[in-house]
Every structure is written in C-alpha cells, then in structure tokens.
Design a protein around this ligand. Structure first.
Ligand code: ZN
Length: 680
C-alpha cells in the first residue's frame, strides 16, 4: 500500500470512531471515550486531511459544528449560530493566532485581549424578550438546539427577568451551564447509594440533567450558569464608552447574571504567559472543571472586522490545558531488565505532546498488564501521564486494530543475557535471575550513582553502558578503580568530562553511611529504612554480623519487619555481595559515618582535618592519596573555604591555589603530605 492508500484507510477508521463517539456523546448522552482522547483523534484526522486534501470527504466529522440534537425535546433554530472555537495546544500557537489577527486587522497597535477560564460544562443560548426569559436552548449542532426552557428556569443564577431598566426588545445571552465539583460528588454519592450508574464527570451529569423531562431534577442537582457572551439590536447601547467585550461582561453582571470573576484583561505577552501558567496549575483548586482558557479580542469593532471562518470566530481561540491522555500508534514493545531482574514491557511510539512534555515511550508495568492490554503490531494505544507519574499505556483502541496484525510476544528468555526467564506470580513479575546479567548489573550501578543515592554527576545510564561494553567495570567497586587512562578509551569523553567524572566518583566516598546502604539497592531498603538501620549500627560489618548471627536485634528497630530482615539476610549470604563490600572498603568506600570504627591507626596530623587537592601528583594516584587521608581520619573536599585546613598542591595547580593563598589556607606539597604519613 502506498502512503495515500494507508492514510485513506486511517481516515475511514478515524471517521467511524469519531462519528460513533459523537453519537454516544451528543445523542445518547453516554460518552464512550475521554475528551482529550477524542481531541487527539480529531486532530489526527484534521492533520491527515490537511496533508491529503483530496481525501477529505463531505461527510467528514471535521465539517461539523457540533453534535446531533436529541429526540424528545422541541427544536429551536438559533438565529445566531453557536460556533465552536479553534483550539491552540500551547502558548506558541496562541501567539501565532495573535500575530495572524493583528495582520488581518492591518493595525500596528497591540490589541487588548480578554482571558476567561473555559468552563467544562454545556453551552446554552438564552433569549429574552423585553427583559423576560423567553426560550433557552442547548447548543445542538450549532444551528439548531433543543428547547430546554423549563429546565433552565430552575437554575437560580439565571435571571427570569433582567435587572435593568429599559431592556432592549430582544437580547440573547450565551454561557455555560455546569455543576460544581462539590454538588457533583454529592450527586454521584446518592446514585451509588441508589444503585444507579455513576456520571463520568460533572459535564456529563449537567448534560444529563438538562435533558431531564422533569425540571425538578435540575434544582435538586444545583445546576449553575456563567454568562460570557451577549447579542442585542444595533440601536441599543450598553454604555457610553467604547463597546468592548469587557464592558459587555460588566453589563451582563448588571443584568443579574453570574460572571466568572477569574477573567482578566491582557495587554502583553508577559501578562498572557502569567495568566496561562497560573491557571494551568491553579485550576485544580477551584470548585468547577475547566479545560482551558478562552482568549477573545476585546474590541467589538475589531471582532466584527475579523468575522468568522466556516466553523469558528477569528477573534477568539481556546487554549486547551495539556492533555493527560492521548492516543498514538505503537512502533514496537521493548522489554527492559531492571536492577532486580524484573522485566518491564515498554511501548515505543512517535513522540506525542502529553501533559506539557514530549513523550515517546510508556510503561506497561508488568506481565499481567501486558496480558490485559494484549497489544498487537501497529495498534493505536492510549497513553496517560498525570502529574509526575511516568507515562503509562492505559488501553488499546481495538476499533483501530489493523486486520491480521499479530500480537507482540513476551520474551521467554532474558533480552539481555539470554537466560530463561522465571515467572513469579506472587510479585506479578517475570524475572531474570542470572546474577551475571549485564542489564541487572548496569541497573545496580545506575541506582548506586543516582541522585537520591550517591549522586555521581555525569554517570548516567549511557556512560555506564559504555564502561560495561569496554569491560572497564562489572560492578560498583570497579567504579573506584577507574582512572584517566582507562576513561580515555571511551568514545566521546574529553579531558574535562573525564576529570569531572573521576572527581564525582571520588567525592561519592564522602557520602553518609545511610546513603551508601540505600545505594546498594537491597530489596525493601528505602531511604527511610536505611536511615533507621544506620542509626542503630555504626558500620556495615556490624550490620552483616548481626543480620547473620543475631537478627532478633534488628527487629527491635522501629518500622523494620520480617521482610527487611529476610532481604538483608539473603543479600549478605550472597558471596558476590560479600566480596563487593570488601572490595568497596578496600577502595576507600567506608560504610560508616564514624571513621574510628574502621580505621584504627589515626594520624593526629590528618585525623579530623580537611584537605583539598589540586594539580597533578607524581608519586601516587589521586584516589590513593584520598584513600590514605580518609583512612587516617581526614576528609577530602573539593572546594576551598575557610573550613579547609590544608591544600595539597601538585604540579600545575589550578585556581584553588590562588584562592587558598588569599584566605590563608596552609599549602602542602606532595612531599609534605607524604611526610605527614610517615610521621605516624
Ligand atoms: Zn538477564
């Protein structure tokens, strides 16, 4: 199939899905897919139609203004159609829109905008005759809606009679009917009690209520209304000053309508950015759902000049808040081996915008979820990212499955080492149990180097993998044997990054004992548990002894249960781990805060003193020197301050020497420090 043929097929599938979603949403009042998902499918359709205009058919859902009208209510034709708004998905698109309107208006002066929260409710058109509410209609398809006048009369924030003297002969008000979050929770609670199906969201509950044939329900469910637009005869004046949207909102307020008081006048880019960024977060705190920000050109004359496209006004745009769920087509599944050996299936796809960031992979968590989702090749999947959570695959849109596509299989052998995988149903996990598996060991080192553990800057996954591939490291202890010469062999590592990395590795030795215990990545030992253990045990040797010989003593620590003790036991019983600890201590990584416990021969010239090293050393490696200092109870720091006792200055010292001299830090040559050691 060629590209056009493929897209033609995709259009047919998308059309079917969108039409179906529209029907369920507008006609049956039972949404079948999430709004953001609908948006992303709709957008995909628009994009394909833009790229292949010849494929756009007259029955495309993108030609429509809105939904169908439901049966059971009288129809009302809208004298002035209810347009939908064009959407922008980020500030850049808003700015493009502003630039476009300014160009169309061919005026150099900046336009004032009005920003309003986009209430996630149901658009309503209210007609007043001589100041008295005459009819109220739903939006319907934009041209024709349903007569819901009797229901609307039950919304207390809608005046039945306008509160102004001398109202015009006719007046039309547009706004959003909605149910606030507090009332929504109450409604669903009651429905749960009565064993009725729950409403999906407040908008859905509001739409359902407006369509009730019994108006009492509208008052019971406490529907509310925000007005945001007004039409009146040309000869009617609402005020003496410039006719603009802002004064019209004030006028609506005077008429007795509720106006959303979070609206704001916007004069420049800074104000626009601040408003949008503020409400993207703050919306969580208000008592009704919003799904974006509406921006309108304030001046009515300008609005008239700009006019409308086929579907939407040119003088307004809706900035949608970032979607937390979007659909995308899968490229493939990869299977990651974590540091515990657990296999995590991950979906890879072309990048999509999700919750404000670009995302191209999402987790399926484990084998159970993999089986539930049953992903086939080329499937369209729904991906979610809420807040700080890692993106995850929520479900598959089966309606978009390509015929004859095969299910993507779960591996039976470890994709890293080739060993047979083990199923552990009690953990809903599939594991590689090979202790020499590269992926597992890379994961262990990655955890050791991570921010919350040893925080070794510059030692990310990529570098660790390179070091592994070059056979320079195979476990944590090997990190401390790295030197300049070894790192020079790594591709794309310059002198500067090598020095920085070695420095960061060296510095990690000074991390606290509890950080080191946590960094080992022992099952069930999180940061808090590690801290409680370290408060009781001075060093790892004591912890190992107690775990193996007297585990009852560990149990006495607050919050430490059987599973932690079991996990510690298994860990220490493993020969690989035992020799790892010995190796690390030999490399100068002391699992202790009180150095006295391990280093018995404390040199009084070095013990408790702080050192900084600069320049090149001739007689020994820098790491060896640091080790020696630490073994003698000293500390090696990286920057000069007035707390530092000595600067050890080798050949070609850097700016540290100058600074040390300035603040009067004692300077030692390489010879001096060697003499210190022999003094002991
Ligand atoms: Zn493996």
């Amino acid at each position: 199939m060629n590209l056009e043929e493929l897209n033609k097929q995709r259009i047919i599938e998308l059309k079917k899905l969108i039409d179906n979603a529209n029907y369920y949403y507008y006609t049956l009042d039972k949404p079948v897919i999430e709004d953001s998902l609908y948006d992303s499918l709709y957008r995909e359709l628009i994009n394909i139609e833009k790229e292949f205009p010849q494929l756009k058919s007259h029955d495309s859902p993108t030609n429509r203004l809105g939904g169908e009208t439901a049966k059971g209510f009288k129809k009302i034709v809208h004298d002035i159609p209810l347009y939908s708004l064009d959407n922008a998905f980020n500030l850049k698109e808003v700015q493009d829109w502003i630039a476009k309107t300014e160009k169309l208006l061919a005026q150099s002066n900046k336009k004032c905008l009005v920003a309003e929260l986009k209430i996630d409710g149901n658009a309503i058109a209210l007609k007043y005759h001589d100041g008295i509410l005459h009819t109220a209609a739903t939006r319907g398809d934009g041209k024709e809606g349903e007569d819901i006048t009797n229901n609307i009369k039950r919304i207390k924030s809608i005046p039945l009679k306008l509160r102004i003297d001398k109202p015009p002969q006719w007046l039309e008000v547009r706004g959003e009917a909605f149910i606030d979050l507090h009332s929504f929770k109450k409604i669903n609670k009651l429905r749960e009690k009565n064993n009725q199906t729950l409403f999906a969201n407040p908008r859905n509950a509001c739409a359902g209520s407006l369509r009730q044939l019994d108006p009492k329900i509208v008052s019971e469910r406490k529907l509310d209304f925000f007005a945001y637009q007004i039409f009146f005869p040309d000869n009617f004046k609402i005020c003496d000053v410039e006719d603009n949207h802002w004064t019209r909102l004030k006028f609506l307020k005077n008429c007795g309508f509720k106006i959303n008081n979070h609206s704001s006048l916007i004069y420049n880019t800074e104000e626009l950015t601040n408003y949008c960024n503020f409400w993207e977060k703050e919306r969580e705190k208000i008592n009704f759902d919003t799904d974006g920000i509406v921006l309108k050109i304030n001046n009515i004359e300008d609005q008239k000049k700009l006019g409308f496209t086929q579907k939407a006004p040119r003088w307004a745009i809706a900035l949608k808040f970032p979607a937390e769920e979007v659909s995308t087509k899968i490229l493939n599944l990869s299977f990651q081996v974590g540091r515990t050996g657990v296999i995590t299936p991950v979906a890879n796809f072309n990048p999509v915008q999700l919750a404000g960031t670009k995302v191209s992979r999402a987790t399926l968590h484990n084998l159970d979820r993999y089986q539930e989702l049953n992903i086939h090749e080329l499937d369209t999947i729904v991906v979610r990212k809420a807040g700080e959570i890692i993106p995850e695959v929520v479900r598959v849109i089966k309606e978009l499955r390509v015929s004859k596509a095969a299910k993507i299989p779960f591996p039976v052998i470890c994709p890293s080492c080739g060993e047979k995988l083990e199923r552990q149903p009690e953990l809903s996990a599939t594991k590689c149990t090979n202790k020499r598996c590269d992926s597992i060991n890379i994961g262990i080192i990655q955890h050791w180097a991570s921010k919350s553990a040893m925080n070794i800057d510059g030692l990310g996954k990529k570098i660790i993998e390179q070091l592994f591939a070059a056979n320079l490291i195979s476990n944590i202890a090997d990190l401390y044997t790295l030197d300049n010469k070894k790192l020079m062999t790594i591709e794309r590592m310059g002198n500067k990054s090598i020095n920085n990395l070695l420095k960061a590795i060296e510095e990690s030795k000074n991390k606290s004992w509890s950080k080191k215990l946590f960094a080992l990545g022992i099952n069930h030992i999180g940061q808090v548990t590690a801290q409680s253990i370290c408060n009781k045990f001075d060093n790892i040797i004591k912890l190992r002894e107690t775990t193996l010989e007297n585990p009852e003593r560990i149990k006495k620590i607050n919050g430490i249960g059987e599973e932690v003790i079991e996990s510690l036991k298994n860990w220490f019983l493993d020969d690989i781990n035992s020799s790892l600890i010995d190796n690390l201590i030999n490399q100068g990584v002391h699992f202790s805060d009180a150095l006295e416990d391990i280093t018995l021969n404390l040199n009084p010239k070095i013990n408790q003193k702080q050192f900084v090293i600069t320049g090149t050393l001739n007689s020994m490696q820098r790491s060896k020197l640091i080790e020696k200092i630490e073994k003698n109870g000293g500390f090696v720091k990286t920057s000069i301050s007035n707390k530092i006792n000595y600067l050890i200055s080798g050949e070609n010292p850097g700016s540290k020497l100058i600074k040390a001299k300035q603040i009067g830090v004692n300077i030692l040559s390489e010879k001096d420090i060697i003499a210190f050691f022999s003094d002991n």
